[in-house]
Design a protein around this ligand. Sequence first.
Ligand code: MN
Length: 734
Amino acid sequence: MKNLNIAFEDVVIEMKKYLSKKESFDIVKKAYDFASEHHKDQKRKSGEPYIIHLNNVAFTCATLEAGPHTIAAAYLHDTMEDCDVSFETIANEFNEEIAFLVESVTKLKKITDNASNSEDFLAENHRKIFIAMAKDIRVIIIKLADRLHNMRTLSFHNDEETEKRIAKETLEIYAPIAHRLGINTVKSELEDLSLKYLEPEKYQHIKMLLATKEEKRKATLKIMEDNIDNLLNKYNIKHTISGRVKSIYSIYKKMYVNQKTFDELYDLQALRVITDTIPECYEILGYIHAEYRPIPGRFKDYIAMPKPNLYQSLHTTIVAEDGQIFEVQIRTKEMDEIAETGVAAHWRYKENTVYSAKSEQKEIEEQLHWFRDLIAISDDTNAKEYMQILQKDVFGANVYCLTPKGRVIDLPAGSTPVDFAYKIHTHVGQSTVGATVNGILVPLSTELNTGDVVDIRTTKNPNALPNKDWLKFVKTTNAKNAIKKTLSKYDNELRRDEIIDEGRELLENAIRQDKDLDKQKVLKMIEDKKFLSNLGVENVVSLYVALSNHTININSLVNSIKQEEEKTKTVTAFTRKKNNVSIDGIIVPGVDNIAISFSQCCSPVPGDEIIGYISQGKDIKIHRKDCPNILNQKERIIDVEWDYDYFKENKIPHYADIEITASTRDTLLQDVINHLSLLKITCVSCHISNNNTTLNSIVKICVQVNDINHLNEVINSLSSSLTGVYDVHRYFKN
Ligand code: MN
C-alpha cells in the first residue's frame, strides 16, 4: 500500500522535477485553494478530509509528468459533481481548457455511477467510457489517477458487492487502458488491488508464498546482481542493475490461468540492466549469453520490435551455476521510463513548447493505432460486440506480427493470416486469396506466431468475397463480424436466424415504446392466421422476416394491431348510445351500438358506394356495393353510409388492393415500392408473379389511403409514372 498522506507540498516537489515556470505552480496552487474551499465540509468514506483524495490524484498526475492544467483539473475533478460548480465558473476562474477537462471527467463519472448489473447496460456503459476517454489522453490520466486512489481506499465502502463491482470494472476497463498506454506503475497497482477484492483468498495466498521465500530470494538475487555487475565492469560498459518485484496479479495469472506452480515461475527472480545506448544493450546481452546458458525460446527482442504500447527492451532467461533461473531485462534509460509510464513518458509535458491537445492526440493515435480502434469500432457494432472486440482483439492481443514493410500488427493468440489481413483493413481481408509467412506460402488457417512476417496476397477483382469457411478458423471478433456482414448480403441462409431476430426485436421495441400495446396480447394477435393473411404473410416467422426486410413497415403493423384491437373492443362493448351516430365513420340508420368492420375482400374506402352485411357474429361488415361476395345476398343486408365529418377529425387509414400489370423486369417490384414511398404511401404487403409465356408480371399490393380520391391519385400516378406498365386497377380478393 502506497503512502496515502500526500500533502500539497508533495505534489509541488514532484512537479519541480520537470516544471520550473512560476505560472505552472501558481495555477495548481489556485486550484488547490479553490478545491480546499469548495470541499471543506466534505469527508471521504475513510473519514479523511476530501482534499486528501485530490492531493493523491494530483500527485499521481505529477508522477506521470502531466502538464499544469491537467494537475489543476485533477484538483478540480470533483467540484462540478459534488459542489455544483459550473463550467463557466471554472472557465472564468481558470480557463476553458481546465473546465473542459473537469467536465469530461465529470461526465465519465456519471456513466460509471449509473452502472446497473445488467450485462447489456454494463457493456453500453463501458463503451461510453472508452469512447469518452479516447477523445483526450489527459482525461484518461486524471481518470486513472482518480481510480487508483479510489481503489486504494476501496475497503472503506464496507460493502462487498460494491467493492467487487468497482474492482471488476477496474480490472476490465482501467487496468487494460493503463496497460495499453504503457502506464505500468498504475496498471500493476490497479490489478493487484482489484485482485485483492475479487479473489481475496488467492491474493493472500500468493502474498504469503512471496513472503516465505523473500529472504532467500533476495539473497540469491543479490549474488547474481553482483556477478553481472562484475562481468560488465570487466568490459567497461556503463550500467546500473536493479532487482525487480513481480506483481501479485501477474503471478496469479500464471498460476491460475496458465496452470503453473509457483516454483515454475521463471521470472520471479528478475534483474534489470539499464544502459545508455541501444548498441550497448545488445553488447550486454552478448556478454551475459557468453557467460550463462540462456533458456531456448525465452529470448525476446522488443527493441527491434516494440510492443504496441511502445514498450522496448531485450528479455532473456538464463541459468546460473547453481541451476537457479533468472530473467534479465536490458534496456536504455528512455526505454525504462517508457516501460514504467508509457504514453506519459513519451508525451511528457514540456514547459517551453507550445502545447496543443489536438496535435498530441493526433500523434498518439498515429503511434498507438489500437487507440483509434477504441473510437473506430463503435460505428455499427452493438455494445456487447464492442466490448468483445476490445477485450479480445485489442486488449487481448499478445502476438505481434509484421507486414513486409515492418508495420507491427498485434493479434490475439491463435490468429491466422485472415485475421491479419482484416486487421490491416477490411478491404484487404475481403480480397485475400493467399498468404506467405516468412516467405513460405501457407494455408490461410495457419496459426501465426510473434515475429512472423506476413505477406497477404490479394485479388484485384473489386467484387471479391470472403470465403464462408474462414469463419471456421478466424480468431478475431473483428474479422468474424466483417466476414459475416459481407456474406450476409449474399447468403440469406447464413443470416436467416439473424433476420428473424431482427424482425422480432423491431416488434418488441415498438411494443416497449408504445404504452397502449400489451406484449402478451400482441403476441397472441400475430399468431392469428386471419390477421396474418391480411398482412399478406403466412406465419409469424415470415412476418418477422418481412419486418426485418422492411417489406412490412413496423409503423403500419402497429397501426393494424391497434385497429384490430379496437375492433375486438367494439365487438364486446356494444356501448354506443346516441341515434344515428357514426361508428368508426359509418352511419347505420337506426342502429347505434353495433360493431363495424371493413371486409377484406373488397376493402372499401371513403367515397366508395357501400352496403352493410350483418354477419353471424352480429357485427356489421362493410362491403363495396359491387363486391362479388355480396351481389347475390338479399337477406342480412343493411343500408349504411359514410360519415364524412368523422373522417375530417379522425385520420383513419383504409386499405386498398391494387393490381399492376407490367412487362417483366428484375427491378419491377423495387420500382413499385420506391414509387409508393415517393408518394408517401404505406404499402402493407406486396406480391409479384411472373408469367414466363407472356413475359408480363402481375404485382399485387395493399396500400393505405385516406379515401377514394387519394386512392385514384395513387392509381393514376402508378400507371403514368412507371415504365412498362400496361394496367393498374383495384381488384377483389376471394
Ligand atoms: Mn474523485
